[in-house]
Design a protein around this ligand. Structure first.
Ligand SMILES: Cc1cc2nc3c(=O)[nH]c(=O)nc-3n(C[C@H](O)[C@H](O)[C@H](O)COP(=O)(O)OP(=O)(O)OC[C@H]3O[C@@H](n4cnc5c(N)ncnc54)[C@H](O)[C@@H]3O)c2cc1C
Length: 400
């Protein structure tokens, strides 16, 4: 009998896993995607939305036609529960779908209560809707400019987005002739500049320091935010930073319903996985991307999270797809790639400039790691956005 694979989520992890398993088995498997969202979102471009450089339509596409053209069923509904014994997923208003193999790729949501006042008095860019709100706030800011505070809060992991937004802000202040009058401050929980939640890379601290100096940006490093008032951020050490505009990257959490599924998730809602991306206790249930729990290998004075970026998410999804294909063929899962051993490949955009980040491993100890600054990084991000959206919309998930 044909096996049935169910994938929860349809973004970087879910879309890749669903199409990869279909391709690996040359169509000889039923695949159903159940997803709360019906559009793919290229999150890396959210940094440009507030400045009007991108709109929703530029960085999203509907996933149903993509799945349909690859003979994958698509259900637009949020999963609400998983019965590991019965091997079913419940979704929407009480329907269920059965599976032989399940991939959880339900990503993140913001930890909105990270500090008092975050939701009310600052904006963020980590979801499409929030980035659109930030666009409204930025337009209002330009009418009545003042100081700006950009922050990556305690336990945040998406530091790349915070840096990109910071440097894009500096770029737009310059474009609007405001850079001389505005005090721009970067607040971070990182123990040093350029830690990025991955332990830093050779010369990263000096390079980021030089970028900040060039743009006249002040920094507060290794600090927590105590709370955010209307018009001022108050740090853990009591310092007050007044602002007319503030963007904060909060920590991410896994989806709440996963915490209700018999011991598969940790207290943050991230699913505990092995290096095969099978869950710890269940050979037929996988988790990939942000939904998968990753151990943070260090303790920092101010807690930091870990960035589960697009490239490792794709690697995890391909690893899971290969292993499910093996199981369907009656073989043992054979692909294994611990998160820390996946290559780091990332571009940090800075408006008209940027830094290409490459390392042989996401986490130390590493043999190689390099940061390449220059305008080619900005051009690379522009090209990558177009390429990735084209590749994903067409379902060419086996392309690099
Ligand atoms: C501002 C920002 C900038 C970034 N920049 C970069 C970058 O430059 N480079 C890079 O590599 N990475 C970047 N990232 C990280 C990248 O976006 C993530 O690695 C990627 O989104 C992870 O994909 P995912 O599929 O695991 O999760 P998500 O993208 O969060 O997708 C989750 C999916 O699950 C669905 N879902 C949620 N709940 C449910 C449910 N209950 N049932 C069913 N479906 C559900 C959602 O609708 C969505 O389809 C950035 C992230 C942000 C926020």
């Amino acid at each position: 009998m044909r096996k049935k694979v169910v994938v929860l989520g349809s973004n970087f992890g879910g879309l890749t896993a669903a199409l990869a398993v279909k391709h690996e088995l040359e169509g000889d498997v039923d695949v159903t995607v159940v997803s709360a969202g019906d559009h793919f979102l290229f999150n890396p471009s959210l940094i440009w939305l507030p400045f009007g450089r991108r709109e929703r339509e530029d960085i999203t596409f509907p996933v149903a036609p993509t799945f349909e053209s690859h003979d994958v069923d698509f259900v637009h509904a949020a999963a609400t529960g998983i019965n590991l014994e019965a091997k079913t997923v419940s979704h929407g208003s009480g329907q269920t779908v059965g599976y032989d193999y399940l991939v959880i790729a339900t990503g993140y949501h913001n930890k909105d209560d990270v500090v008092p006042g975050f939701k009310e008095n600052a904006v963020t860019i980590t979801t499409l809707e929030e980035a659109e709100r930030a666009h409204v706030a930025w337009k209002r800011y330009l009418e009545k400019p003042g100081d700006i505070v950009i922050a990556a809060s305690q336990s945040a992991g998406c530091f790349g987005a915070a840096y990109e937004f910071l440097f894009n802000t500096a770029y737009h202040l310059r474009k609007n002739g405001l850079h001389k009058d505005v005090r721009l401050t970067y607040v971070t929980s990182e123990p040093f500049l350029g830690h990025f939640g991955i332990g830093g890379l050779p010369h990263g601290e000096q390079l980021l320091g030089a970028f900040l100096k060039k743009e006249g940006i002040e920094s507060r490093i290794n600090v927590a935010i105590d709370h955010i008032d209307d018009g001022a951020m108050v740090l853990g050490d009591g310092e007050q930073l007044p602002f007319a505009f503030s963007m904060v990257v909060p920590p991410f959490l896994g989806q709440d319903f996963l915490k209700e599924v018999d011991g598969i998730a940790d207290e943050k809602g991230y699913v505990n996985v092995r290096d095969t991306y099978q869950t710890v206790g269940h050979d037929d249930v996988y988790a990939v991307g942000v939904a998968a729990a990753v151990d943070v290998p260090w303790q920092t004075p101010t807690p930091v999270g870990i960035p589960k970026t697009g490239f490792p998410t794709e690697v995890m999804a391909h690893t899971a797809a290969s292993n499910i294909a093996a199981q369907v063929r009656g073989e043992e899962p054979h692909e294994s790639k611990g998160f820390g051993d996946i290559k780091a490949v990332c571009v940090m955009d800075a408006g008209n400039n940027g830094v290409i980040i490459l390392a042989d491993k996401m986490l130390p100890p590493r043999k190689h790691g390099v940061l390449i600054p220059g305008p080619q990084a900005h051009l690379m991000k522009l090209g990558f956005e177009k390429y990735f959206l084209w590749k994903s919309r067409n379902g060419y998930v086996n392309l690099p």
